[in-house]
Design a protein around this ligand. Structure first.
Ligand SMILES: [Zn+2]
Length: 503
């Protein structure tokens, strides 16, 4: 296949030295080489940042080359290099699809020249994470601009800071008190105690009021103390939006001078989160679990758990364990591999949908037979009441049909249950599929509850034998539900993955 490499490096990248045109071209060439493709052209849109690429001269050239079949596939580093938003991306993909050209994106491990890759087109509607990445890129561009201008980017500054010449700086009078708040909280772990302590020592708020636990809570939770100032999050309070917060995609996180270390901030906020979760009655205690608790077992089937203060899932009996972050890394790698693996995606595509269709057909078929039997039974009854079949002979005709009818009813019930299970498997797959593109990059931004939700939606079991981790994931085996059916064929997919960084 003759392919071309499409490079867009923004001026921002070049300035920060994070990315160079050469790196992108090198990556593209390596990928092409691994696939034994010929690189026949390179489109270089260097210096185009934030602007649409679709009207660029190089892009027009690319379209021409694809139309004339000089180029049959385009390699890019990431989707965000090609398009600014979903609709633009759709425009590109449609063109590629119409002209039978492949789109290969290295970051997203997308390759539409493969059957699994074609699945991508069906996922295009679910590109929310991709959009978020773009927003971030735009923010960084705008932030850089503002920094150059030295402008304060808007909003109020919290206790411990002030604005000087449109810039957020540390307020040296307030800063020691703000720092003290974190230290006192670590010591007492109660906001009201911190407030009382400050009042006792004679400190007051900016509004000349005594400290309250609400104020303390707000200040402790504000990320500005660790150098990240959240802006543009306060919107209009309304019936539909009681919190008055803007959509998260609109929030901006800008750097500011830190008052305390990130470690201390995280430590304090971990305590607050635990306290808040504990106080919410709707969150039962056993819900406050680690990411994989209940799913990870040793090869002898013992549950592996994290003892308090430890960072490892261990088996008490077998005396071995695995670092929780390592396990998370491997799990994430496993999901990513699933999302990009041709075999697994196409197996899902064909087998699950096919199986669901077959079940529908089977049910329909049995239902037709059933209704025929019912008609027969009714006409037998009619004939009997009209006296055309003597009651003595009636039983002989009626009984076998009745027995057959009853067994068909049981069959239909079973088939419907199997169909339901197949559809459930499809839904749990969709949970992941909908987050497919960019999912991997977005993982670290999910909170613990969201991560746990994903683990619960897709995991059957994780088995660790002190060397290898086996994942039994629900959605890779869309037919795993058949295991529940003793007559059905057994089909479960167990995948092996080496563990990196095993301690
Ligand atoms: Zn064990």
């Amino acid at each position: 296949m003759n392919v071309a490499i499409f490079v867009r490096v923004s001026t921002l990248d070049q300035k920060n030295n994070t990315d160079s045109v050469e790196t992108h071209i090198e990556r593209g060439k390596l990928y092409a080489k691994s696939k034994e493709w010929n690189v026949v052209k390179i489109y270089n849109l260097a210096g185009v940042s934030g602007k649409s690429t679709i009207n660029h001269l190089q892009t027009k050239q690319m379209f021409d080359d694809i139309r004339s079949s000089k180029v049959e596939g385009i390699i890019i580093s990431s989707l965000s290099r090609l398009a600014r938003n979903t609709s633009e991306l759709l425009e590109y993909s449609k063109f590629f699809e119409d002209h039978n050209a492949s789109l290969i994106s290295i970051n997203e491990s997308l390759d539409t020249s493969t059957s699994g890759g074609k699945f991508f087109y069906t996922l295009l509607s679910a590109l929310s994470t991709y959009e978020r990445e773009i927003t971030y890129e735009r923010q960084m561009a705008s932030l850089n601009y503002r920094r150059k201008q030295g402008k304060f980017t808007g909003g109020m500054v919290s206790y411990g800071y002030k604005i000087v010449d449109s810039e957020v700086v540390i307020n040296e009078e307030e800063a020691p008190v703000r720092r003290l708040i974190y230290d006192l909280f670590l010591e007492h772990q109660r906001m009201s105690t911190v407030a009382n302590e400050l009042n006792k020592r004679g400190y007051i708020t900016r509004k000349n009021r005594p400290w309250s636990d609400t104020t303390i809570r707000r200040l402790l939770k504000n990320t500005d103390a660790k150098g990240i100032r959240k802006c543009n999050y306060q919107g209009q309070r309304s019936k539909d939006n009681p919190s008055g917060l803007k959509a998260q995609t609109e929030w901006q996180h800008l750097p500011c001078p830190a008052l305390i270390s990130e470690k201390k901030w995280d430590e304090v906020n971990a305590i607050i989160r635990d306290q808040e979760k504990g106080s919410k009655q709707r969150q039962p205690l056993n819900k406050r679990v680690h990411l994989f608790t209940g799913y990870i077992k040793c090869n002898k089937g013992h549950k592996m758990i994290i003892q308090s203060k430890s960072k490892r899932y261990t088996c008490k009996h077998c005396k071995f364990g695995i670092d929780k972050d390592d396990l998370e890394d491997v799990f994430l790698g496993r999901i990513k591999r699933f999302l990009i693996s041709d075999e697994e995606l196409s197996e899902y595509n064909t087998s699950n949908s096919h199986e669901i269709q077959m079940k529908h057909d089977e049910i329909e078929f049995v239902e037709i037979e059933l209704s025929k039997l019912e008609q027969k039974l009714e006409s037998l009854i009619d004939l009997n009441t009209q006296g055309q079949i003597p009651t003595k002979g009636f039983k002989k005709h009626y009984e076998p049909i009745f027995v057959r009818k009853e067994s068909l009813e049981v069959t239909i019930k079973d088939l419907k249950k199997e169909l339901e299970l197949l559809e459930e498997a499809k839904i749990s797959f969709d949970v992941i599929a909908n987050k497919s593109i960019g999912f991997y990059n977005n993982w670290e931004h999910l909170d613990r509850g969201e991560k746990r939700y994903i683990v619960e939606s897709i995991t059957n079991e994780i088995i660790f034998d002190n060397k290898t981790i086996k994942f039994k994931l629900k959605q890779i085996a869309p037919l795993s539900s058949l295991e529940l059916n003793p007559n059905g064929q057994q089909r479960s997919t167990i995948l092996l993955l080496g563990v990196k960084r095993l301690k």
